[in-house]
Design a protein around this ligand. Structure first.
Ligand code: GLU
Length: 285
């Protein structure tokens, strides 16, 4: 078993991250496997080397260890480019110039009905989707979307994965997603972004395959996005790991913690003299 923790170095490590990392490490070690760290620093406009240093220090303090050097996304851009090339050659990507506002406006047209929301927000209305796959070389900059309907036709295996934790509605065990759900409730997701190259959904499947991750242990908020990840694994002929989506650590008001919840930064608990064992108790481990 190989698990991983994949933080973005865009802020302090907080209790929610600590829970996710400790659980991924505990589960791997209980099974005699290994735990890996990956630095999700694709978004160079928000990633900072200081945060990476701090988060590694906090993780070590918590008692976690991983093989070094760890994978840093910014050092593997060619891998993501190759995956995008492959999807482009399969005729499954198209350039999109819509702004968020364009999308909201298109969806407010009366014939559109009630807008749907998927894992990435509003389901794209298809404004830029071409009637036939674009020809010529893949554009190197700008947004590229996946043509979901076309992608589903290209599939030769069902979109299934094994969930050993639970989704937001308690979904567990074998999870299969129908093609209609992929098209109607998820739609044409963004796989490449201006100034960023690959988007999260593409990078995460390439990374998990490159690191030979067998078990992805992460927060329940990513359960729905897993359907996109499994689809990309099928299209790119990559293995599908087992997924374990865990409960989210919430603040006193019941809201899930975000990076900006600096009040729950591990560094502050450390400064207050708390021990790693205190952190385990706080997150219910
Ligand atoms: N960097 C992503 C995050 O922090 C990783 C998500 C994942 O584990 O797939 O949300």
């Amino acid at each position: 078993m190989r698990s991983r923790f994949a933080p973005s170095p865009t802020g302090p490590l907080h209790l929610g991250h600590a829970y996710s990392a400790l659980l991924a490490s505990d589960m791997a070690h209980a099974a005699g496997g290994s735990f890996l760290l990956r630095i999700d620093d694709l978004d160079q406009s928000r990633s900072r080397p200081e945060w990476e240093v701090q988060l590694k220090e906090d993780l070590h303090w918590l008692g976690l260890d991983w093989p070094e050097p760890c994978r840093r996304e910014s050092e593997h851009l060619a891998d993501y480019e190759a995956a995008l090339d492959r999807l482009w050659q399969m005729g499954l990507l198209y350039p999109c110039t819509c702004t968020r506002r364009d999308i909201r406006e298109a969806l407010s047209a009366p014939q559109e009905g009630t807008p749907r929301t998927g894992p990435d927000g509003l389901v794209y209305p298809g404004t830029c989707r071409p009637p036939a796959p674009p020809s010529g070389p893949r554009p190197r900059d700008g947004t590229l979307r996946l043509d979901m309907a076309r992608a589903c036709v290209a599939l030769s295996a069902p979109l299934s994965f094994t969930e050993t934790g639970a989704g937001p509605e308690g979904e567990t065990g074998p999870i299969t997603t129908g093609i209609e759900k992929m098209i109607d409730s998820i739609g044409d997701v963004v796989l490449a972004r201006r100034e960023m190259g690959a988007a999260y959904h593409l990078a995460v499947v390439v990374d998990d395959a490159a690191q030979e991750i067998t078990h992805v242990i992460r927060g329940r908020d990513l359960f729905e996005a897993t359907r996109i990840h499994v689809l990309l694994q099928r299209l790119l002929a990559l293995p599908t790991p087992v997924y374990h989506h865990h409960r989210l650590i919430r603040d006193d008001q019941g809201k899930r913690l975000a990076k900006r919840d600096d009040a729950r930064a591990i560094a502050l608990y450390r400064g207050d003299g708390k021990s790693p064992q205190d952190i385990r108790v706080l997150v219910g481990l």
